[in-house]
Design a protein around this ligand. Structure first.
Ligand SMILES: C[S@@+](CC[C@H](N)C(=O)[O-])C[C@H]1O[C@@H](n2cnc3c(N)ncnc32)[C@H](O)[C@@H]1O
Ligand SMILES: Nc1nc2[nH]cc(C(=O)O)c2c(=O)[nH]1
Ligand code: SF4
Ligand SMILES: [Mg+2]
Length: 213
């Protein structure tokens, strides 16, 4: 099956437990909760999105015929930047990566020594073999993936109470302030919540503060 990729880039993971860690990002095109068109946002199932995932026209984006072609493309980006011998850390995001990521691509990445992380909205089944699964539930959308490595809630969201997620089978729980016109207020609210509920940690989207991709 071919893969549609919006962009590929080398950066630091800006979110969650691996914040600050160098990674190659694979941003898959398309999402099941929004078309990505501004004109559709008001009726989208997810209205908080901060990302352009439409099309395959970004840097390092394109259509990849098979897992080998895409795995080579992603690893190449790591080795351009790294001379360390440390294995590639690949973060699959989107859009919604679980519309496209499959076990064959994960296998091809593992064969190249990669560690594979995934950022998902949790509404689709996950293939086997993911090394680090981050689930970010969206208000009103049924959560299929109720376990994983980290749960990362964008906060606040109307209709979402973090307490309703606190008993799910995740190792780490993060609140990530919603990046919109109220970012300062949202950050303060998330900070206050984490101080009152220490099970939750703050994820500040380091990339915004560092002005990196
Ligand atoms: C663009 S999404 C792509 C992956 C997947 N579709 C998802 O929603 O998890 C990547 C991460 O950014 C988060 N995110 C999206 N819009 C955001 C915003 N406005 N403020 C803070 N985080 C946001 C998502 O919740 C998710 O954790
Ligand atoms: N630096 C950086 N870290 C990220 N972590 C998750 C991201 C995403 O868009 O999924 C992201 C991103 O876009 N940039
Ligand atoms: S589910 Fe993820 S990619 Fe899709 S619109 Fe929401 S935040 Fe954006
Ligand atoms: Mg992002």
């Amino acid at each position: 099956m071919p893969y549609s990729v919006k962009e590929r880039f080398y950066s630091l993971q800006g979110e969650g437990l691996h914040s600050g860690r160098a990674a190659v990002f694979c941003r898959f095109a398309g999402c099941n909760l929004w078309s990505g068109r501004d004109s559709d946002r008001a009726r989208a199932l997810c209205q908080l999105c901060d990302t352009d995932f439409r099309g395959i026209n970004g840097a390092g984006g394109g259509r990849f015929r098979d897992p080998i072609e895409l795995a080579d493309h992603l690893c190449q980006c790591w080795f351009i930047h790294q001379r360390t011998g440390i294995h590639p850390f690949i973060i699959c995001t989107g859009g919604e990566p679980l519309l496209q990521l499959d076990a064959r691509l994960i296998d091809a990445l593992h064969q190249r020594g990669c560690e594979v992380a995934v950022e998902t909205n949790g509404t689709r089944r996950a293939p086997r073999g993911i090394d680090w699964l981050t689930v970010s539930p969206k208000a009103g959308q049924q959560l299929l993936l109720t376990g994983g490595d980290e749960l990362k809630l964008v906060y606040p969201q109307i209709g979402i109470d973090p307490a309703d997620y606190a008993a799910l089978a995740f190792r780490y729980f993060f609140l990530q302030p919603c990046n919109n016109a109220q970012l300062t207020e949202n950050t303060n609210a998330a900070l206050t919540y984490c101080q009152a509920h220490p099970q939750w940690r703050l994820s500040v989207q380091l990339q915004r503060w560092l002005n990196i991709p």
